[in-house]
Design a protein around this ligand. Structure first.
Ligand SMILES: *[C@@H]1O[C@H](CO)[C@@H](O)[C@H](O)[C@H]1NC(C)=O
Ligand SMILES: *[C@@H]1O[C@H](CO)[C@@H](O)[C@H](O)[C@H]1NC(C)=O
Ligand SMILES: *[C@@H]1O[C@H](CO)[C@@H](O)[C@H](O)[C@H]1NC(C)=O
Ligand SMILES: *[C@@H]1O[C@H](CO)[C@@H](O)[C@H](O)[C@H]1NC(C)=O
Length: 428
């Protein structure tokens, strides 16, 4: 491994390029435009020193996964009717067309025991037609089916887990036509996640079916440090709950690992709570904006058969989704925080085409004006920037220089794309 000299910014930058080049060539033979110099980063405040692309090698996760998961709204109260109606609703609402194409069943789909041959079996009351039939239905709608298991003796709801059954279970999932596996961390026998998660990666690979592999070890062993070669995404935190406190805590925890995300492998701060009732419209809008900026998986967690207009407006915002799905694949991060308890925050990240996504977030409970200075975004202060508001869906400023301020209500955020008209660089 190349040793990075942290004392020298320039040395580090060069070392990073060498390091990334070696990794990319060794792993996939591909170099991301951002790192190859085709797309010049606007500045290097958006450290991507641990960025690797397609390290897992199953070709999936080029952009963060999008879809729906049963847990946040339904928990164990699931059945094949709910899953089918959800697939139908993703189509009829137009959400599928916007990219939400995984229909993911979480815990509680299986019987409490394996069968006499040691195979997992779908719960006969909730899923009488079986998972294969459900997968066929979901596929017939042009969507993909996800399932859930656990890298331990039992799932969190005490169904059979897959540890030591990786090969059998992966084959079974593949035979059903499953496209996605969320792999949880309960009843893990005290064995390190670094040892428990790779066997399922290898088992899924050996089936020959391309299956998205979503690690859910709750961030306990800092998976950003090792999971790039294991999964397409890895949870960085404990479970989210439907509250402002949980959502903001998780955003901050996930932010720490921004440098490690990239195409093929994403930090996962858990599924969306938008539409579940525990936060205000403004808070849910902030939740969705920040998740999109952080290149988090966008997995809807509400009942899409019965959404309010406000919920739909938030999760169907195409401009915000486009930030999440941008081809550059660099996680946006908190770049500046000030004011009481550092509640006035600027989050930002580079996008393709030399643009920046910028979120101005008021974490306090009162309205105030929050200002993003160009320096905090890595821009020269003379750079002229056109600014598009992604929630108002309009340009709010042209040729802006030096800074941009907005009045932001308490717990609210505004989200923009900054397009610098010229990228000036200081010559020394
Ligand atoms: C299995 O892994 C190899 C090596 O990374 C990769 O080339 C292949 O496409 C993978 N197959 C599947 C089905 O994921
Ligand atoms: C939700 O998460 C917050 C922050 O982690 C925590 O304080 C709170 O107790 C949780 N609420 C529930 C109902 O679990
Ligand atoms: C739809 O959601 C509303 C709350 O937004 C709830 O009161 C109602 O019971 C739900 N209807 C169904 C059929 O689930
Ligand atoms: C954030 O919101 C609070 C409460 O609405 C307000 O008092 C404060 O001035 C706002 N701060 C900024 C920077 O907008």
């Amino acid at each position: 491994m190349v040793k990075i000299n942290h004392n020298s910014a320039m040395g580090m930058f060069v070392a990073i390029l060498v390091y990334v080049h070696i990794i990319c060539v060794a792993v996939s033979g591909r170099v991301h435009p951002y790192l190859s110099g085709v797309e010049k980063p606007i500045s290097n405040i958006f450290d991507t020193s641990k960025y690797g692309i397609y390290q897992l090698g199953n070709g999936l996760g080029g952009t963060p996964q999008m879809g729906w998961n049963s847990w946040n709204f339904f928990a164990c109260d699931i059945n094949e009717k709910v899953i089918k109606e959800t697939a139908d609703a993703l189509i009829s609402t137009g959400l599928a067309k916007l990219g939400y194409n995984y229909v993911n069943i979480d815990d509680c789909w299986s019987e409490l025991q394996r069968d006499s041959k040691g195979q997992l079996v779908a719960d006969s009351k909730a899923f009488p037609s079986g998972i294969k039939s459900l997968a066929d239905y979901v596929h017939s709608k042009g969507l993909k089916l996800g399932i859930y298991s656990d890298a331990g003796a039992f799932t969190c709801q005490v169904r059979p887990g897959s540890i030591f059954h990786e090969s059998d279970d992966a084959k079974l999932f593949a035979s059903w036509g499953v496209d996605y596996l969320k792999y949880d961390n309960c009843f893990n026998l005290g064995i390190e996640p670094e040892k428990r998660y790779p066997p399922m990666r290898d088992a899924l690979n050996a089936t020959g079916r391309t299956i998205f592999y979503s690690l859910c070890e709750w961030g306990v062993h800092d998976p950003a440090l090792w999971a790039g070669k294991v999964g397409n995404s890895w949870r960085t935190t404990d479970d989210i709950n439907d509250s402002w406190a949980s959502m903001t805590t998780i955003a901050d925890l996930n932010d720490k690992w921004a440098a490690y995300a990239g195409p093929g492998g994403w930090n996962d701060p858990d599924m969306l709570e938008v539409g579940n009732g525990g936060m205000t419209y403004e808070e849910y809008r902030a939740h969705f904006s920040i998740w999109a900026l952080m290149k988090a998986p966008l997995l809807i967690g509400c009942d899409v058969r019965n959404m309010t207009a406000e919920t739909f407006e938030i999760i169907s915002n195409e401009e915000v989704i486009a930030v999440n799905q941008d081809s550059l694949g660099v996680q946006g991060r908190k770049v500046y925080a000030y004011g009481p308890d550092n509640c006035y925050q600027v989050w930002a990240g580079p996008l393709s085409g030399q643009r920046l996504a910028v979120v101005i977030w008021n974490r306090s409970s009162k309205t105030s004006t929050i200002t993003a200075k160009w320096a905090t975004l890595g821009l020269e202060s003379s750079t002229k920037v056109s600014i598009r508001d992604l929630w108002k869906h309009e340009y709010v400023s042209e040729n802006k220089v030096a800074s941009f301020g907005a009045r932001v209500k308490g717990h609210s955020c505004e989200m923009y794309i900054f397009s610098p008209s010229t990228v000036t660089r200081s010559v020394s």
